[in-house]
Design a binder for this molecule. Structure first.
Ligand SMILES: Nc1ncnc2c1ncn2[C@@H]1O[C@H](COP(=O)(O)OP(=O)(O)OP(=O)(O)O)[C@@H](O)[C@H]1O
Ligand SMILES: [Mg+2]
Length: 294
């Protein structure tokens, strides 16, 4: 199975959740994480990995050989046991490497698909913040499932209104996950017409393990027992069960009606599409109830 993990805006925890999925995927599947973020990789630096092997050496090798084993050979195993093909931290290098790997004739993509289609094998690809022009889009478009992680505040959701139908059309199995505080899954389902599969729990301890800030004792099952690890396992189970999440197929140019209330902001200061205008606009353009600018 090929699972792409993406975000649209901010840093909602896509890399952390990708690692959690790879670490906590139910047995007996073996997992591999490919870091395909054109903004530059984080896992190598966070885990203190050597610069090579990784995505750069994989892209070079894939030019000359078509062997699915290459993917495993160019991975390094992080302390909690997940093989990771890490992207270089330098964004320019990451983008050019990914472009080389994913451009026609598509040897890199063929390799990824070949490994992902092997039995009991799950390839998780952290595509970072993705759009149609991202070099990782070619991988995400062929994924069996695409997980989109978003924060649940009004500005993030306003972006989702437009991105969800586009990303949803890339895969037979799109999944929306919320991260952090903000609107509830039920509110998001009501307003966007798309039911999130759930919310990634706020779990600083689990995230610290997955980001290499806390060392993991050998044999300890802390990660599996962590809140974020449990969430990853539930998402994996839902993917395995092929739970279908309906995603609208056309972008609808409609406002986000339920987001007209932003805690702490007067109702008059919320624009029609649910966003909070910049303070100077509030001052200049939105009169207070008494008729004076607030
Ligand atoms: N579930 C979580 N609970 C608490 N903190 C988290 C969680 N997930 C991620 N974090 C923290 O948030 C920060 C960003 O996480 P991460 O790098 O995974 O985000 P990202 O979406 O991949 O960002 P980018 O788009 O920049 O690659 C990290 O410091 C991480 O430890
Ligand atoms: Mg990331």
């Amino acid at each position: 199975m090929l699972v792409a993990v993406t975000s649209v805006k901010g840093s909602p925890g896509a890399t952390t959740f990708s690692l959690a999925l790879a670490a906590c995927w139910p047995a007996p599947a073996r997992t591999l994480l490919i870091e395909a973020d054109h903004s530059g990789g984080d896992v190598g630096v966070r885990m203190g990995m050597a610069a090579t092997p990784g995505l750069v050496s994989l892209a070079a090798a894939a030019r000359h050989a078509d062997d699915p084993m290459l993917l495993w050979q160019h991975a390094q195993v992080v302390p909690f046991g997940v093989p990771v093909v890490a992207a270089p931290a330098d964004a320019d290098r990451a983008r050019s490497t990914l472009s080389a790997l994913t451009s026609e004739p598509g040897a890199g993509i063929r390799l990824v698909r070949a490994v992902a289609s092997a039995s009991e094998t799950v390839v998780i690809v952290d595509c970072g913040r993705i759009d149609a022009g991202s070099p990782a889009a070619a991988i995400a478009r062929g994924a069996d499932a695409l997980i989109l992680i978003s924060r649940a505040h009004a500005p993030d959701l306003a972006h989702l209104v437009y991105r969800l139908p586009v990303l949803g059309a890339w895969t037979p199995h799109p999944v929306l996950l919320l991260a952090g505080p903000g609107f509830s899954p039920a509110e998001v389902a009501r307003e966007l017409g798309v039911a999130p599969l759930g919310r990634v729990p706020d779990d600083p301890r689990g995230a610290a393990l997955l980001c290499g800030r806390t060392a993991l004792r050998p044999g300890a099952r802390v990660l599996e027992r962590s809140a974020v690890g449990g969430a990853a396992r539930r998402v994996a189970s839902a993917l395995l069960a092929r739970q279908e999440i309906p995603i609208p197929r056309r972008a609808e140019q409609r406002p986000v009606p339920g987001l007209h209330v932003v805690p702490g902001v007067p109702a008059a200061a919320i624009s029609v599409n649910g966003l909070r205008p910049a303070p100077h606009l509030v001052h200049e353009e939105i009169p207070s109830r008494g008729g004076r600018a607030s």
